[in-house]
Write a protein that binds this ligand. Structure first.
Ligand code: HEC
Ligand code: HEC
Length: 429
């Protein structure tokens, strides 16, 4: 039987869940989070996947039943090597609920418009983590690499890619007004084309220990207590495929957006516990997310090490524009030392917040770089030992107009040295 997208089974499933309890959920685990088609009807028409052309239906199966098709137990492998496309037992629709139909559930109806190349430059949107301009296929490739932990991703003309893109386009065709279909920014706010966010989260602090207790109470019935972390996840267990939230093989990688604790928290609050969403407080959701993303949970690295290691097109090191809550990729020189100098545990701050101080420091540094590079005293394009020597040589002199008066307060003193040291090793655009 082909699965219908439009059937309002949500209530029935919720009822079944309450009766069944965590370990004995007698339903197909992948049709779970359903869109509320009535609520969306003003701007989106849910259609039966049965009415879709065969390539779209194939793409739907790849997205929705990923493990059974592209996964380790799947029936579709790379033609050249016979290897599976993905090695993890998770589906695209584990995160892109119902294959991308759920508002704030990482939908894909906006994607064809969002990745449309700019008519002037011919380039799609800039993807800062990896420093390139991407199209829709690229965004699928990035998810293969970082969400599905695949070593390899299908090329843009691979039949699996072609079917996935046909499916995503079909989802987007459900947008009723063609003008909105062409310009996703016209979607109503309730369409949630972006991930949800917790207001004011940057000043909050997450407590992963408390999160562990809450996880045991609210999540572990379904997602497992001991971790799905062992990696073998429910293959042959005759249990529904409730996705792993961590695990060396099946967890999402450090390069996935969910590895940002505030992002995961907002998503969880919006959709989980399954069947009882929007019941966690901001703090509870944040604590649970910090527990799930804590360093003791095994998780693949994905492409995280390559992220934010380049300069943006305007010459600013992208590490300075990395979200303050993402412990990945390259670090801006001097940044860690600066916060350590203040007695702050840098890794803990990035993981658990508050994030506002780091964000403000980076923003100020960007501004400084765009304004020039005051600690680059000799103007050779970097803050080096030579600059330090110049500053020390001018030490104690009256600063007015002297390049060594880095902060331009009229004195050449400790405060100038502190700035120079915090920027030591920096390249200036
Ligand atoms: C672990 C969760 C997860 C899994 C699994 C996953 N994705 Fe994603 N995907 C995301 C998140 C989160 C985003 C970013 C959404 C955002 O920034 O609003 C994303 C972004 C995307 C986008 C771009 C959407 C947009 O409009 O910007 C596409 C397309 C996509 N994923 C396709 C896929 C496909 C195809 C698969 C399976 C092969 C997959 N994803 C698996 C979480 C996941
Ligand atoms: C009643 C079972 C159930 C409970 C309780 C539950 N979940 Fe889920 N969760 C699911 C299912 C099922 C999915 C996949 C939904 C789908 O495929 O449509 C899911 C998906 C997710 C995802 C996205 C996929 C991934 O692996 O990253 C996250 C994150 C998540 N749950 C976290 C939580 C957290 C945190 C809690 C506790 C606050 C929780 N869940 C409670 C059943 C549950």
């Amino acid at each position: 039987m082909r699965k219908q997208l439009a059937v309002p089974v949500f209530a029935a499933i919720s009822a079944a869940l309450c009766l069944a309890g965590g370990d004995d959920l007698k339903f197909d685990g992948h049709a779970l989070v359903e869109p509320d088609c009535d609520a969306m009807s003003a701007w989106f028409e849910c259609r039966d996947i049965d009415t879709a052309p065969p390539d779209v239906f194939l793409g739907y199966q790849y997205m929705h039943l990923t493990s059974q098709t592209l996964g380790p137990d799947g029936n579709t492998t790379y033609p050249d090597t016979g290897e599976p496309y993905v090695t993890t037992v998770i589906s695209c629709s584990s995160c892109h609920f119902t294959g991308g139909h759920v508002p704030f559930g990482s939908p894909v109806y906006q994607s064809p418009s969002k990745y449309q190349p700019d008519p002037v430059t011919g380039l799609g949107p800039y993807f800062r983590p990896l420093g390139y301009y991407r199209d829709l296929e690229d965004s699928v490739i990035d998810c293969f690499r970082n969400c599905m932990n695949a070593e390899r991703a299908p090329t843009k003309d691979d039949p699996v890619m072609v079917a996935l893109v046909a499916y995503i386009q079909w989802v987007a065709d459900g947008i009723i007004d063609p003008a909105v279909r062409d310009d996703w920014l016209l979607l109503p706010p309730e369409a949630g084309p972006r991930l949800p966010a917790i207001a004011g989260v940057s000043t909050m602090r997450a407590d992963p220990l408390r999160g562990g207790t809450l996880y045991a109470a609210s999540c572990s019935d379904c997602h497992s207590e001991d971790a799905p972390g062992a990696g073998e996840y429910r293959i042959g267990e005759e249990r529904p495929r409730i996705p792993a939230v961590w695990g060396a093989i099946d967890g999402y990688s450090h390069g996935a957006a969910f590895y940002r604790t505030p992002v995961l928290a907002a998503y969880v609050q919006k959709h989980m516990p399954y069947g009882d969403p929007e019941t966690l407080s901001d703090q509870d959701a944040l604590d649970i997310a910090a527990f799930i993303n804590a360093p003791d949970k095994p998780r693949p690295v994905g492409m995280a090490d390559q992220m934010y290691c380049h300069d943006d097109p305007d010459g600013i090191p992208s590490a300075l524009r990395k979200p303050a809550d993402w412990l990945v990729g390259c670090e801006y020189p001097g940044e860690r030392a600066f916060f350590t100098g203040l007695g702050i545990d840098y890794d803990d701050m990035v993981r658990n917040g508050p994030w506002d101080q780091l964000a403000a420091w980076r923003a100020a540094e960007v501004e400084r770089l765009l304004a020039g590079c005051p600690a680059d005293l000799d103007g050779d394009g970097g803050v080096t030992l030579a600059d330090l020597a110049l500053l020390l040589a001018a030490w104690g002199q009256s600063g007015a107009g002297h390049p060594a008066d880095v902060n331009e307060d009229g004195n050449i003193d400790l405060s100038d040295l502190a700035i120079l040291l915090s920027q030591f090793g920096t390249t200036c655009p």
